[in-house]
Design a binder for this molecule. Structure first.
Ligand SMILES: [Zn+2]
Length: 224
């Protein structure tokens, strides 16, 4: 029998883009002279606004913890499934279905209400052109223009951590907050982090824990 799901942590915060941030849209051919169709920003199909997929935030937090704790082998995510692993119980053991599902849900991050008002007045992407240099000839070939979400954009981040009976959820939460801090200080979101894209700042971080039994459609009453 599985362990009982007893509590739930909810973490909310804002993600502010310090640099332009590049999260790619889906495929397509090369658009000569314009933005490469492969390099357009990922947009919500309903609102047309850019967003940060929860999966890419989650993947980044996971890889930060894996690197810090020396988990995962040859570039593959950790799949040990051990209850003491700083990665597997929270993020799920990679391709190891017997080891239990991920306790962490990371929602897609859309614009905050406040930033959305700014965006509506001036919905402009940064266009950044990068050259690849031909090393033999020293010439630039293949300049590619990509769309980036502009610096100053603010997204609403939300994560949920499910707590099962017997979990050391304080340590799990501490690891997650630490990974967010490392992301802010020394890493980046989206593509091109080593070339000056995707630096972010976490603002207004808040967390609350609720017993699952107290959750109602009107929202849970936070535990003291
Ligand atoms: Zn593991």
């Amino acid at each position: 029998m599985g362990k009982r799901w007893t509590d739930v942590w909810k973490m909310i915060f804002e993600i502010e883009c310090v640099d332009g941030l590049r999260v790619g849209g889906s495929g397509g051919g090369l658009e000569i002279g314009g933005v490469d169709a492969n390099l357009t920003a990922l947009k919500d199909p309903i609102t047309g606004e850019p967003y940060l997929p929860g999966s890419s935030i989650k993947g980044k937090l996971r890889s930060i913890l894996e690197r810090e704790h020396g988990r995962g082998v040859r570039g593959e995510p950790c799949k040990c499934g051990e209850s003491t692993c700083p990665v597997c119980p929270v993020f799920g053991a990679h391709k190891n279905t017997g080891a239990g599902a991920s306790r962490l849900i990371v929602r897609d991050a859309h614009f905050t209400e406040e930033y959305r008002e700014n965006w509506k007045k001036n919905p402009v992407y940064e266009e950044k052109t990068e050259n690849t240099i031909n090393r033999d000839r020293g010439t630039a070939n293949n300049p590619r223009t990509q769309q980036r979400v502009p610096a100053g954009a603010v997204f609403a981040g939300e994560m949920v951590l499910k707590v099962l009976e017997g979990d050391d959820d304080r340590t799990m939460l501490k690891n997650l907050k630490h990974a967010l801090a490392v992301l802010q200080e020394f890493d980046s979101l989206g593509a091109g982090g080593s070339r000056g894209s995707g630096r972010i700042r976490i603002r207004d971080y808040k967390e609350e824990k609720n017993a699952l039994k107290d959750v109602t459609l009107g929202g849970a009453t936070p535990k003291k």
